[in-house]
Design a protein around this ligand. Sequence first.
Ligand code: ATP
Ligand code: MG
Length: 143
Amino acid sequence: MNKTIIARAASDMEEIGVGLAPALRDGMLVSLVGPLGSGKTTLVKGIAKGLLITEVVVSPSYILAREYKGRLALHHVDAYRVGSLNELAEAGLDALLPPERGVTVVEWPERIDGLIEASDILAYIELQDNGSRRITLTTRAVS
Ligand SMILES: Nc1ncnc2c1ncn2[C@@H]1O[C@H](COP(=O)(O)OP(=O)(O)OP(=O)(O)O)[C@@H](O)[C@H]1O
Ligand SMILES: [Mg+2]
């Protein structure tokens, strides 16, 4: 499935995340691709809200991954710095995650080989000249 949505404000971005949450299942991987400041973390805040997580979601930039508990566990990974930590990039995503199952949402997935291809949901965010964001959502067909 492929769908394009325009988000004019951060609140729209959150709503997109809220809308994705009901489709999420244990073990799913969600990749958020987009330039710096494009709204990836904002989208994760919406996903968290949709998963009934009450904790405040903050950017995990300095610790690479954070875990929240809701309808499902949410692993929020920011791989921005993984590229400069070669060993980590080679170890792959599993090295970043606690053992508990749940949904994994990754910012900067392109920093880890094979991650985008392995994603169940891909959100591709583009900044538009007027400041709004264009989000292309690709969902892998569930068999
Ligand atoms: N659709 C939108 N329209 C306008 N502003 C937005 C939109 N989405 C997010 N923002 C705002 O853009 C700023 C950056 O958002 P956010 O931190 O979510 O980006 P990010 O992609 O996670 O950034 P980084 O690459 O640094 O991790 C925030 O101030 C947020 O409120
Ligand atoms: Mg971010």
